[in-house]
Design a protein around this ligand. Structure first.
Ligand code: C2E
Ligand code: MG
Ligand code: MG
Ligand code: MG
Length: 282
């Protein structure tokens, strides 16, 4: 019977793909109202100055605390939220929460750090983005120089002229701008020159095997050289080993993020980390 049905209705789908679609639909349904039910939470991952070992920033990374599935990773639900548009609301909430958190740390007397927040393409398309960021700065009392916004090249490419304008306005507010997952997107040097950003984040896929794979090493070296000549700061994501750290340090990469320094964790864990007297050994 299953075979018959398979032939008549699902002949273009393998059972696995069908199951994946089902799962996605279920997740999409469950995601509705997740914000209101307080199931969306933010973890923070430290970003370290590779020369001093000090925490200079944290990246806000969203999680879905699902009532039965446990912690759902953004890789699972961000694409769904992107597709149905709910990322706009979720992203705004993450931005506000992260800014309030950073301000709270400062008010508690912790050394000031940047808060880095991912912006999805859908958020970048919103006509009120600059207003929203400015409003959240006022609301939270966070000085814009302690906020960094991460965008990917691909989200800037739909309308380059508009993107340049938006980035300029954001820079005028005084926030930092980073190109995330750098090296995996279009990477047109011509556009890179036009985008007013402060930072490049080398994608984890290159850092992962930078020590063992000459191609990854070549791309990493090229990105670092490019950043230097454009006077951009550079962060490496996904540092897991001492060897990777040494490699990047030697080549003048400014900052790093990865399991070697710390996994994404709830705010109270990050606070403890920041309160430790000793800098992380680098
Ligand atoms: P991303 O912005 O490139 O963030 C870095 C990702 O790499 C995070 O995954 C982080 O946990 C992971 N990572 C960092 N260091 C290591 C390491 O040493 N080893 C390994 N294996 N992984 C490491 P996460 O938290 O699962 O987030 C995945 C992606 O989801 C993010 O990639 C970002 O694109 C997206 N995302 C996360 N939070 C948000 C958000 O609030 N808004 C939007 N629009 N996207 C978000
Ligand atoms: Mg990011
Ligand atoms: Mg990244
Ligand atoms: Mg990445």
């Amino acid at each position: 019977q299953a075979k018959q049905q398979g032939r008549s209705q699902h002949q273009f789908y393998s059972p696995e793909i069908n199951a994946q679609l089902q799962e996605r639909l279920v997740l999409e349904n469950e995601l509705r109202g997740a914000l209101e039910r307080n199931e969306i939470i933010v973890y923070y991952q430290p970003i370290i100055d590779l020369y001093t070992g000090q925490i200079t920033a944290v990246e806000a990374l969203v999680r879905w605390q699902h009532p039965t599935r446990g912690l759902v990773s953004p890789a699972k639900f961000i694409p769904i939220a992107e597709a149905n548009g709910s990322i706009v609301e979720i992203g705004e909430w993450v931005l506000r929460t992260a800014c309030l958190q950073n301000r709270a740390w400062q008010l508690a007397g912790l050394p000031p750090i940047r808060m880095s927040v991912n912006l999805s393409a859908r958020q970048f398309e919103q006509s009120n983005l600059v207003e929203l960021v400015s409003q959240i700065m006022q609301e939270s009392g966070l000085h814009p120089s302690y906020l960094e916004l991460e965008v990917t090249e691909s989200s800037l490419m739909t309308d380059v002229q508009r993107s340049v304008n938006i980035l300029k306005q954001l820079q005028e507010l005084g926030v930092w701008l980073a190109l995330d997952d750098f090296g995996t997107g279009y990477s047109s040097l011509n556009y890179l020159k036009r985008f007013p950003v402060n930072m490049l984040k080398i994608d984890r896929s290159f850092v992962q095997d930078v020590v063992s794979n000459p191609d990854s090493a070549a791309v990493t070296n090229a990105i670092i050289a490019l950043a230097k000549s454009l006077q951009l700061k550079i962060t490496a994501e996904g540092i897991e080993t001492q060897q990777q750290l040494n490699y990047l340090q030697k080549r003048g990469c400014h900052e790093g993020q990865g399991y070697y320094f710390g996994i994404p964790a709830p705010a109270n864990k990050i606070r403890e980390l920041m309160q430790e007297k000793e800098a992380i050994a680098v």
